[in-house]
Design a protein around this ligand. Structure first.
Ligand code: NAP
Length: 311
C-alpha cells in the first residue's frame, strides 16, 4: 500500500483509532498535555452515541443530553486542544517497532503511541431475509430510521438496555411496537423495564426467536418461533430494529491479547500486551460498557501514553 504524502512525514506522539467518547476523551487529554495527537475515524466523529436519541445517565446533565449533541461537543473540545482529525478506514496496524504504523485506505500514519478505541459493531441474527431487507425495513438505528415508521408497526429484537431503550423511543412514532426476546426475562436495567411496562404501545414477546424476515420490495412480515411451545406465528411489520448486542472491532490489530470474543485485554491503566499500545472504551474487555466508563478509559489511556513517552 502506498504512503500518503504529507501526514506520513510526521510521527505523532499519539494516534487514536476511533472518535467515540473513549477516543475523543483520549484526544482531549492528549492534546491538553501538548502531545501531537491524530484521531482516525472512518465515520462521523462522536461514535455510536451520536445515534442515540438521548444520553440520560452521563453525570452533569440533569435533563440528559442528545447523543448527537454530546458527540459534537466532544469533537469540538478535542479540536480546541489541538487534536487533528482524519477520516479514513484503518486496514491494519504494525506495532512491531518503536514507531507504530497505522495502515489506512488513505496511506500510512506513524505514532509513538497508539490508542485503540474502535468500539463495536452490531451483531446480526443470520436468519433468512435479514441481509436482503436491511435498509428496506430492517435497521440497526432507531434514532436514524424511527421517524420513517410513523403510524406503522415495528418490531425490536433483543432484551438488553439498547433494545428496551429503542423500543420505548420507537413507540413515539409507531402505532405498535413488539419487543421480541429469546428468553422470558429481560437483561435491561430495572428502570428501563419499568418504563416498558408503563408504555401501552409496546408488547413484550418473550421466549421468541425470529425465524425469517419476509416481504416483497420491503419488509412485510416477521416469522416467529415461540421456543417454549415451539409454535410458529407471523406478525405484519413495516420495520424491524435489531439490538442483539455488539461485536468488537478489533480484527485489524494482531499481537495484543484478546478474549474469546475479540475484546482487547488491558490492565487497569489501559495497557495492552504491546508496550506503547493502549485500548480504551467498549473495545476493552470490561465490566461496564457505558459512555461514562469510555471517557474515563480515554483519559487514563492518554495519561499512560504521556507517561510512556517520558512525560
Ligand atoms: P447486551 O446487553 O449484550 O444485550 C444483547 C441482547 O441481545 C440480550 O438480551 C441477548 O439475549 C440478545 N441476543 C444476543 N444474541 C442474540 C441472538 N443471536 N438472537 C437473539 N437475541 C440475542 O447488548 P446491548 O443492549 O446492545 O447493550 C450493550 C452495552 O451497552 C451494555 O453494557 C449496555 O448496558 C450498554 N447500554 C447502556 C444503555 C444505557 O445505559 N442507557 C443503553 C444502551 C446500551 P440474552 O439476554 O438471552 O443474552
Amino acid at each position: 500500500m502506498g504512503s500518503r504524502s504529507g501526514k506520513e512525514e510526521k510521527t505523532y506522539d499519539m494516534i487514536v483509532l476511533g472518535a467515540g467518547p473513549a477516543g475523543l476523551s483520549a484526544a482531549i487529554y492528549g492534546g491538553r498535555a501538548q502531545m501531537s495527537t491524530l484521531v482516525i475515524e472512518p465515520r462521523m466523529a462522536g461514535g455510536e452515541i451520536t445515534l442515540s436519541d438521548r444520553l440520560d445517565n452521563y453525570p452533569g446533565f440533569p435533563e440528559g443530553i442528545g447523543g448527537f449533541e454530546f458527540g459534537m461537543l466532544l469533537e469540538k473540545q478535542a479540536a480546541r486542544f489541538g487534536a487533528e482529525m482524519f477520516s479514513t478506514f484503518v486496514e491494519s496496524v504494525d506495532t512491531e517497532g518503536k514507531i507504530k504504523k497505522v495502515i489506512t485506505s488513505a496511506g500510512v500514519f506513524f505514532g509513538q503511541t497508539l490508542i485503540v478505541a474502535t468500539g463495536t459493531v452490531p451483531r446480526t441474527l443470520g436468519v433468512p431475509g435479514e441481509e436482503s431487507f436491511t435498509g428496506r425495513g430492517i435497521s440497526f438505528c432507531a434514532t436514524c430510521d424511527g421517524p420513517l415508521f410513523r403510524e406503522k408497526t415495528t418490531v425490536v429484537i433483543g432484551g438488553g438496555d439498547a433494545a428496551v431503550e429503542e423500543a420505548l423511543y420507537l413507540s413515539r412514532f409507531a402505532t405498535e411496537v413488539f419487543l421480541i426476546h429469546r428468553r422470558d426475562t429481560l437483561r435491561a436495567v430495572p428502570y428501563l423495564q419499568t418504563k416498558l411496562t408503563e408504555n401501552p404501545k409496546v408488547t413484550f414477546l418473550g421466549n421468541t426467536i425470529v425465524k425469517e424476515f419476509k416481504g416483497n420490495q420491503k419488509l412485510e412480515k416477521v416469522i416467529l418461533n415461540n421456543v417454549a411451545d415451539d409454535s410458529i406465528t407471523e406478525i405484519s411489520a413495516d420495520g424491524a430494529f435489531l439490538y442483539i448486542g455488539r461485536i468488537p472491532s478489533s480484527g485489524f490489530i494482531d499481537g495484543v491479547e484478546k478474549d474469546s470474543q475479540g475484546y482487547i485485554i488491558t490492565s487497569e491503566e489501559m495497557e495492552t500486551t504491546i508496550p506503547g499500545v493502549f485500548a480504551a472504551g467498549d473495545i476493552r474487555r470490561k465490566f461496564l460498557r457505558q459512555v461514562v466508563t469510555a471517557t474515563a478509559d480515554g483519559a487514563i489511556a492518554a495519561t499512560m501514553a504521556l507517561k510512556y513517552l517520558g512525560g
